[in-house]
Design a protein around this ligand. Sequence first.
Ligand code: COS
Length: 433
Amino acid sequence: MPALIQQSRWDRLSGKLVSFKFVSDLGLRSILFHLLINHSTNFSNQLIAMEISIPDEQLAMRDKVKQFVAEELEPISLKVEAEGRIPDQIVDKMRQLGLFGLSIPREYGGLGLSTLAEIMVYEELTKTNASFRSRIGTSNSIGSMGILFDGTDDQKNTYLPRIAAGEWTAAFALTEPDAGSDAANIKCNAVLEGDHWVLNGTKQFITNGDCASVFTTIAVTDEQKRARGGFTAFIIEKDFAGFSVSLPDSKMGLKGSNTNEIVFKNCMVPRENVIGGMEMVGMGFKTAMRVLDKGRLTMGACALGASQKLLDMCVAHIKHQFNSGKPKADLQVAQFSLADMATEIYAARQMLHDTARLRDTGKNVTHEASMVKLFCTEMASRIAERAMDIFGDEGYLTQTQIEMFLRDVRLYRIFEGTSEIQRMVISRNLLRD
Ligand code: COS
């Protein structure tokens, strides 16, 4: 991006840049950076690179979330893990902060963050118990994006303001008992009868299933065409006759965020609840795939946030721990481990932010989003394993939260498309004629 440095101030002794005013070619944005003279060669550079294209008010949101995590979320992280639920007053605070409407445009009551600003918020929000992010995540991402991308004006005006305000949580219902990775194999079907669609089938692993009010649901409407013109996306409200939610699944991680099975038994859905209206009947697979493209970037950001937190914890631990009377920080094996973690995180952040910027220019990022999800989520597992090695038996104790991160980041490699699905998307794109 062509850029113009308007004002700069240099330290005479060190010759390093102290502060400058930056004007991008995107308009009237100007950002003043105060650089610590002695730190201009480390993380500051990375921060500058990532912040130069984001307006001040969007960066302010990231900083607010960082403070919220430190003051409100982290202190109750272990409690949420033990009790398996987020206290209502914390969910209210999330609403007040606008976290349910991060990416929903301002005209619908959201914050209208760019993709880049949004993923920076997620990076902060996932430096604690992953369940907090999950509570707002489906609403901002896969639950509501189908309506935003392809919905009619009426649908946007009806649903998005309520979702953005956190009054209604949105969820995404694609996965079924026989159709996880092979999404084209779904069985849940919808038949038009007069002015209603009648839905029958079962969806599983639906995040926020029992606290969502509205579900973006993909069903078969043409058995012959299936994924190529035979799937349709619907907006289902939890009060529709014939809709029910089962008890939460018992899971390995994300204890404070429920997933549920949802069942449609002759569920009556108004004709107008096809996302995008009747002319979008048959276009549901494409809607779902575009939604997942965005979701995969978000997953990359979550994995990155957790990885950064684990690195920070390892650095702090090593500095203050002794091994056979010697500081752990003196052990080369520990030093090398930190170096490898930091290097991977740096690479992950670059690819994630680069892809987010690309998406913000309106480019299709299907290929890049899959690479981001693959790399960031696999990295998070490697880093969690390394953190466990560094902490040793202490890492196995609940109170250090290392074991919680290890369990939680494992899911990032599974939902919104497994690592194998990402490899499939990437390689197909490479081999396409
Ligand atoms: N954006 C828009 N359209 C897309 C798309 C995308 N990212 N990916 C595929 N499509 C379209 C294709 O272009 C094709 O339409 P046309 O025939 O008109 O060109 C149609 O969708 C079918 O595509 P494809 O043949 O690639 O479908 P496949 O059955 O081979 O499956 C994958 C594609 C594997 C990518 C898909 O099944 C998938 O993503 N699976 C994982 C599902 C998932 O992430 N589940 C988690 C649920 S949320 S926790």
